[in-house]
Design a protein around this ligand. Structure first.
Ligand SMILES: [Fe+2]
Length: 476
């Protein structure tokens, strides 16, 4: 048995000299945090017992890799263990020891030669696809994985955060790009996801995954593969929103350094939407004249003979170019908050899209038990000029009401909703977010009461964690 480490108290605050306090979230964190017992300030419900795992970039400088974009930083995992001891949580943070990290951190005495080697590598048949899971985490069968948008998933130990190689699938499906947002289907007891396969024929391969084994659901042919960071789901359908930008497979094959330069915008193409039935694989197709760019869907439902999908859209994909580190560290960082909108897909008739009269948000989360019928969405938002995301918001999409949460110099990450297991109503539970404190130059977990959206507790870390993307709470 491992002895509990001593309890850490909050260190003294440090002031930042920058006017853009959120810029700290885009600086490398060279340190790691071993498993450390930290005091919970406030109270958390007694039913809250489990492990939150979360990933994001932690390193933005590497001798053998140029990192200029937020999405390209090397992964750092953060773990919060709560519920073992009253008033105390255990927190750790660790750089993910991926193969991509190992390559990137190699000493590089000859940078020009390395650049040349990177350029000729594809001609030698090598495809150094990254396994650096900086986007999301999931439990696939008995494996915990950190995911990016390639099909190589990094396994790690959920207690020690040690890397355990990559996840091997015992099947024949192949693909090159995928999402770090598989959908868990509680009724069917499986995940759904897709991957894009580039070759003489380009297809989106929709599949079902039972534990680590993937089963082909449907191949969707396309001559212009859309870049889709995520896709939608209703109780019985997967929904693919195929708007620009489009991936240029040849560029992707031969230009390994900058993924976003492999994308091309064509607004005149509009948006193709395809729904695939989760059991039969049957496909329905619609078209919207408007070109939709989206990172994240919120939730989908089935009403009568229509499908509906709520999602967050942008007028175009320029937000991708804006999320470069130089902009994010500047005094005028970009506003990466999209509009909440609803697509309606009738069985017989054209697709329509409407905006919902609620504030814009990003990194949306719902009560996973209400998937297919949810009202509440929790996300990050931005109100203050000169900062990146600076608050959390809870939105009731049925009533059109919203409740914000923010604090001076605080820059929150994705709000993860954890339901009260005894609860009847949708918003009974807590919301947990890893927040950057720009004044104190360190991070903290906040625990909000989901119903009132007010703070119940916080756990202060002895270091800052750069702004990350997604995580999951795994209840005991
Ligand atoms: Fe995402």
């Amino acid at each position: 048995m491992v002895a509990a480490p001593p309890l850490r108290r909050s260190p003294e605050p440090v002031r930042s000299s920058s006017r853009n306090l959120s810029a700290l979230g885009f600086r490398s964190q060279p340190k790691e945090l071993p498993r450390t017992r930290l005091r919970i300030e406030g109270d958390v419900p007694t039913w809250l017992r489990g492990t939150l795992l979360r990933t994001g970039p932690g390193t933005f400088e590497a001798p053998s890799r140029d990192i200029e974009h937020w999405f390209m930083g090397l992964a750092m995992l953060v773990r919060l263990r709560i519920g073992d001891e009253p008033g105390v949580a255990e927190v750790s943070a660790k750089h993910l020891k991926s193969h991509a990290r190992e390559r990137a951190m190699r000493p590089n005495p000859f940078p020009r030669l390395r650049a040349l080697a990177e350029r000729i590598r594809p001609f030698l048949g090598e495809r150094p696809t990254t396994d650096d899971g900086s986007v999301n985490v999931a439990r696939i069968g008995d494996a915990m994985v950190a995911m990016t948008e390639t099909t190589r998933r990094a396994r790690f130990d959920p207690t020690t955060l040690e890397a355990l190689g990559t996840l091997e699938h015992r099947d024949v499906l192949e693909g090159h790009l995928t999402t770090a947002h598989p959908h868990w289907d509680a009724k069917r007891g499986c995940h759904f996801n897709y991957m894009s396969r580039f070759g003489p024929k380009v297809v989106h391969v929709a599949y079902r995954m039972d534990a680590g084994r993937r089963h082909l659901l449907r191949e969707l042919e396309t001559d212009r593969p859309a870049y889709m960071h995520s896709f939608g789901a209703t109780p019985n359908h997967l929904i693919f929103v195929e708007g620009p930008p489009f991936v240029q497979p040849l560029k992707l094959r031969f230009l390994t350094a900058d993924f976003f330069s492999c994308l091309t915008w064509d607004g005149a193409a509009g948006t193709r939407i395809r729904a695939v039935h989760k059991d039969s694989g049957a496909v329905q197709t619609w078209h919207l004249d408007e070109p939709l760019f989206t990172f994240h869907t919120i939730d989908g439902r089935e009403t009568g003979d229509s499908l509906e999908l709520d999602l967050i859209t942008y007028p175009d994909s320029s937000v991708l170019q804006e999320l470069v580190l130089e902009r994010l560290r500047s005094e005028g960082p970009p506003k990466a908050i999209g509009a909440v909108r609803r697509i309606r897909l009738p069985s017989h008739g054209p697709a329509t899209i409407d905006g919902l009269d609620v504030p814009g948000l990003e990194l949306p989360r719902i009560d996973p038990r209400r998937a297919g019928d949810s009202r509440m969405v929790y996300g990050v938002t931005n109100d203050l000029p000169g900062t990146f995301v600076d608050g959390l918001v809870k939105v009731d999409r049925a009533k059109g009401t919203h409740t914000p949460w923010r604090g001076d110099g605080l820059f929150p990450g994705e709000p993860i909703f954890v339901p009260d297991p005894r609860a009847a109503s949708e918003d009974e539970g807590v919301v947990i977010s890893l927040v950057l404190d720009g004044h104190r130059e360190r991070s903290l977990f906040v625990v909000l009461d989901a119903k009132s959206f007010t703070e119940r507790a916080r756990i202060e870390l002895p270091l800052f964690v750069p702004q990350g993307f997604h995580g999951e709470f795994f209840a005991d």
